[in-house]
Each structure stands twice: as C-alpha cells, then as structure tokens.
Design a protein around this ligand. Structure first.
Ligand code: GLU
Length: 384
C-alpha cells in the first residue's frame, strides 16, 4: 500500500461517504441491489470502528417515475415533488439493510441556509455528534422539497464537503459513476489519462474537469473537484472512486490503489474560518486599492474602509463578502462589519471619520482580520 493512503487509512476514525444518484438509481428508479450493497459496506465500516456519515442523493431519481417523468425533471416544482416522493423511499431502502445489522439510520435534511447561519450550523454539529455517539448512521440529503435555490444551484458534492468540514472527518469518500479523475472526459476522449493522485487542485486541474454532468445527478466532475477543494482547505483528503464497482468500499479500506486521491492542504483553516470560507454565501463584493490588497493579502491586516474603492451588492452587517482587487478578482472572503449602504458612505475614508459620516461607529475595520479568510487564486472554485 502506498504510504499516503496508508497514513490516511491508519487514522481513519470518521468518514463522510457521498453517493450520487448515478450510482444508486437507474432510469427505472432506485437500484435496490446497489443500495443494499452500499448499506452492507457501510455496516462493515462501522464494524471496523469507523464512524460513517452518509450523504445520499437519489431522492429526485427515486420519485420522478411516480410522476410519470422520464429523464431529469425540468421544472423546480417537478423536482421538489419528485424529491418529496423519493426521499422516504431512499430511507426505507437503507433502513431495511441496516436493520439486519442491528444498526439505526437517521435522516438529516439540510439546506444551504441552515449551514450559513452560525447558530444553526453549530446546532447541526451537535445533532450529528449525538447521533454518532449513539452509534446511529446519519443519512444526509439536501432538503430539496423546501428550498428552491437548493435544487437550482445545490449539489450533494458541495454539501458532502460542508458536512465533512463541519464534522472534521478524516476522509471524504465520493462514490461516483466514474473510476476517478481523468485529465479529460473519458466518455468522449479516449486518450484521457487517469490521475490516481492529485496533490493540489490548481486552476489547471480544475480546467481538466470540464463541465461534464451525469444524466441522473446534479453535479459533474467539476462539483466533485469543488468538494475536494473545500475538504482540502478543511484539512481533509478526498477520494473519488467508482461506486458501482463491486467491493469498492472494501478495496478502499484495505488500501487498494483504486480511484483518485486528492490530498488535504498542509495548512488547515480554523473552525470559524472554515465556516466563513466554505459555508457562508458571499452576497457582495468589496474592491480594494492596491495598498489595501497588500495590507490584507500579504501582511494579514484587517480591511479598513479607507482601502475600499467600490462596494458591490446589497448586504447586511454580518453577511459574507468577497474581498477583491481593483479588477474585481476575489482573493478573500470576509464578514462585513458594516452593511453595504454604510460601506458606500465610509469607503475611502479614515477610521476617525466614520462616526462623523454615519453618526455612529461599530468598529474601525470594515472587515476584521479574524473574520477574513485568504483564499487566493482558488476563491472562485471554493465559493462555487
Ligand atoms: N438532492 C438531490 C436528490 O437527492 C440530488 C442532488 C445531487 O445530485 O447532487 O435527488
């Protein structure tokens, strides 16, 4: 076994396994055989003392046939209706196998909104903790039926990375319908090379993922790379393997050279900074002058109003914003200390002038440095 994999597996106490619709469903609906195999394998992980959080797609795929829809539902209400029908079917399918192993599964439905709110984020953490403590396997999906945005933009690859970061797991294991990561799309490019080890997700690596999409799931390889990148910033390695290959989870756990392994970044972000960079949705942009870019990016300083040239978007105090150079290229994400209206008034001004302009002052900084995460040239992929 190669040493990188050996290290990861030796320290494997907690894992997020993400399974896509393409793995556990067919054109007819849920693939009972695949689900049974997966559930058996998860029970095997648990029997080895590894805590598993499963992020399972498939709700839409499991429900759409009951609506008489062939292929991917087109409208949002169709997707939501299909998900509402399909979600209990998924849970029932997993539960049947778990019961044979005396294991209990719990359904956890999350929205992006839930995790963007710090209090609810921490609350979700406590819920997962309690479930794992009781030996229960959480089965997570997006709460598709209630969140329009979620279906339109959400994908379970990114959700799985956020859960991985929230629960500080040791590995994010993505079960896909391809064998791993290639430098091209193997479906249409016969010369595409398989890459077993990716040390860093650079923009070049990102470009190799193209924009491929499966027919049943929401994300393609690009969203899997975004997930791997988020996990990496949280200090978590990611493996992408062929979820339909028989015995794949056993091969992974025994250290076989299957799939593609993405290494974690050497510098793991703190818990609060992980939440800011990986989970909050920036709702505006602050464009800075060159001096402020240097102060923030190179010297680790807070962002003062004087360095802000342009304020884009409407946001509240406490919302996340992209912090950009004067061309609008983001290099950091931070939590704004003032709302967009206030920042438009105080931009370009010294701290001493804030109170005079606004009639009050919360603090000197527009974004305090503890609320600011540098993500350099990776920001666009990270934010996704
Ligand atoms: N949450 C969706 C479902 O369960 C799938 C999202 C995805 O494929 O990433 O059907």
């Amino acid at each position: 076994m190669n040493t990188v994999r050996a290290d990861i597996l030796q320290n494997l106490k907690r894992v997020v396994i993400k399974v896509g619709s393409g793995v556990i469903s067919t054109a007819e609906g849920l693939d009972g055989v695949m689900i049974a195999q997966l559930a058996e394998d998860i029970c095997d992980f648990c029997a080895r003392g590894i805590e598993v959080i499963l992020v399972s797609s498939g709700a839409v795929a499991a429900g759409r046939n009951s609506l008489g829809i062939a292929g991917r539902p087109k409208t949002i209400p169709q997707k939501q209706a299909a998900a509402a029908i399909g979600q209990p079917r998924i849970m029932r399918a997993y539960k049947e196998v778990f019961q044979r192993h005396n294991r209990v599964a719990a359904q956890v439905l999350l929205t992006r909104d839930d995790l963007s709110n710090r209090r609810r984020y921490l609350n979700a953490h406590n819920t997962f903790d309690a479930l794992l403590e009781y030996g229960v396997t959480p089965i997570v999906n997006e709460n598709d039926t209630v969140v329009v945005e979620e279906i339109r933009f959400g994908d379970n690859d990114n959700l799985s990375a956020q859960v991985a970061s929230l629960m500080e797991v040791d590995l994010l294991l993505i079960l896909s319908d391809v064998a791993g990561f290639y430098d091209g799309d193997p479906a249409c490019d016969k010369g595409a090379q398989f890459l077993p080890l990716i040390e860093k997700i650079t923009p070049e690596v990102m470009a190799m993922a193209g924009s491929s999409r499966g027919t049943l799931g929401t994300g393609g390889m690009q969203t899997k790379l975004q997930a791997a990148q988020k996990a990496s910033l949280a200090g978590i390695p990611t493996m992408i393997v062929d979820g339909r290959a028989p015995g794949i989870l056993r091969q992974v756990i025994e250290g076989d050279e299957v799939g593609s392994l993405f290494l974690a970044s050497a510098s793991k972000l703190s818990a609060r900074k992980r939440w800011i960079a990986l989970t909050m949705q920036p709702s505006g942009k602050l464009l800075l002058d060159d001096g402020a870019v240097r102060a923030v990016a190179d010297s680790g300083k807070s962002l003062l109003p004087t360095g802000i040239v342009v304020v884009e978007g409407d946001f509240e105090r406490g919302d996340a914003v992209h912090i950009c150079d004067r061309n609008g290229i983001p290099f950091a994400i931070g939590v704004a200390s003032y709302n967009s209206v206030e920042l438009r008034q105080i931009k370009g001004h010294r701290c001493a002038e804030i109170e005079q302009i606004l009639g009050y002052q919360y603090r000197d900084e527009a974004v305090y440095r503890d609320n600011l995460v540098l993500i350099g040239d990776t920001v666009e992929e990270v934010e996704a």
